[in-house]
Design a binder for this molecule. Sequence first.
Ligand SMILES: Cc1cc2nc3c(=O)[nH]c(=O)nc-3n(C[C@H](O)[C@H](O)[C@H](O)COP(=O)(O)OP(=O)(O)OC[C@H]3O[C@@H](n4cnc5c(N)ncnc54)[C@H](O)[C@@H]3O)c2cc1C
Length: 419
Amino acid sequence: MTDPQNASLSENLPDTDICIVGAGMVGSAVACGLANLGYRVTVIDQAAPPAYAPQSPPDIRVSALSYASECFLKDIGAWKHTQAMRSCPYRQLAVWEKLASPLSGAPLQSRLNKTQFDAQQVKLPYLGHIVENNVTQLALHQTMATKSSLQTVFGRRVKLLRVDNEYAVLTLDNGQCVRARLVVGADGAQSRVRELACIGLNSDQYEQQAMVITVSHASPQQEITWQAFTSTGPLAYLPLPAVDGQNYGSLVWYNLPENINKLMQLDDQSLMASIHKEFPSELPALQSIVSKGRFPLVKRHAQQYTTERVVLVGDAAHTINPLAGQGVNLGFKDAAALIAQLSLARASSEDPGKLSLLKKYEAMRRPANSQMMLLMDMFYHTFSNDIAPLKAVRNLGLHFANHAPWAKTKVLKYAIGLN
Ligand SMILES: Cc1cc2nc3c(=O)[nH]c(=O)nc-3n(C[C@H](O)[C@H](O)[C@H](O)COP(=O)(O)OP(=O)(O)OC[C@H]3O[C@@H](n4cnc5c(N)ncnc54)[C@H](O)[C@@H]3O)c2cc1C
């Protein structure tokens, strides 16, 4: 079973029921859920996450985890570890279009076109939490460490995949092999598992990119996350957890790549001036730029989520425009659906790699993910232009949506994953 080129390097890994490639947020969540069911699980990742540094300012990569994701993380035993590190709840969510006076060009302060959602509408204490991606990942790794049927292999990349009647065999970059009844591809947007399983990909690059800027601010944490649309892309604010009494927030500035290039080249003082000029007045009093980074926006959807003995979850299966912060929330829904299917398989002693079983998972998740991707595209295209009649319609839409409680509750439940 060993790769002949590296045969002398190492022993093979023990056989396992399920091998998960990728110990990011989604792969680690699948691992915890499957180990809870009693499966033997092997998790492989090219790198272990950096240790938690409680004194350091929040990392640049953060996600708005919905209430539904929190419930899922509680179910698999990881949420308490997140809470023991840090996170920031948000109780409100607001969306409007940034408008300018037709005479002076100055930004209008009226927010008649604002739709604001509140946790009270759905009788919840909050809508979700903003959590650094590496905090969520570490919380899941701490949970994994408590599972005796789970082993992790860090610092190794997956190189080859062979599938036969009984097993899938993965070869790692040191020549070690591992034999599993099922391989879960949770290895992110550039998934090697997807490629090795010959699963095609539909992909489309958005015109806009996202620049993420972590800032420190003087005023206390806001409990609201908001997004102001402009024709070149939204401007968003997410509250972050305070560290040692210092308040932080995350700004997301969507714009065309040439404008993001210019913004990325600015020194901190000039970037701060640009933020003050362009961001709405709802911004708290900023103190300094902590870090900045840019992210291309690419919509990807695997043409299938499964083949014999292989299944894809999270970004390996789909990436979505992050404007409504849905990416990892969809990934956690994939994880929950796969765990549920494999729980049934275990109860009836079925082969976890059986294609008919994996197809049931795909039937649950693919349409739901497609629907959310379509909705994000609709938002993106509706707001990314200056066409006057469309502008009037979308602003009227935002105004009336704010005064339609039934519709607002329905939209909110969908956004926080409670549909
Ligand atoms: C700007 C921006 C903002 C976002 N905001 C939000 C938000 O607010 N809310 C939200 O829900 N989502 C958000 N997202 C999306 C979210 O970040 C992703 O959906 C999420 O990180 C995907 O997690 P994952 O575990 O599927 O993949 P990843 O995080 O990519 O993890 C993949 C893992 O696989 C490993 N790996 C890769 N290749 C190999 C290999 N060959 N062998 C072994 N290991 C391998 C990697 O090391 C990594 O650990 C945002 C995305 C962007 C770009």
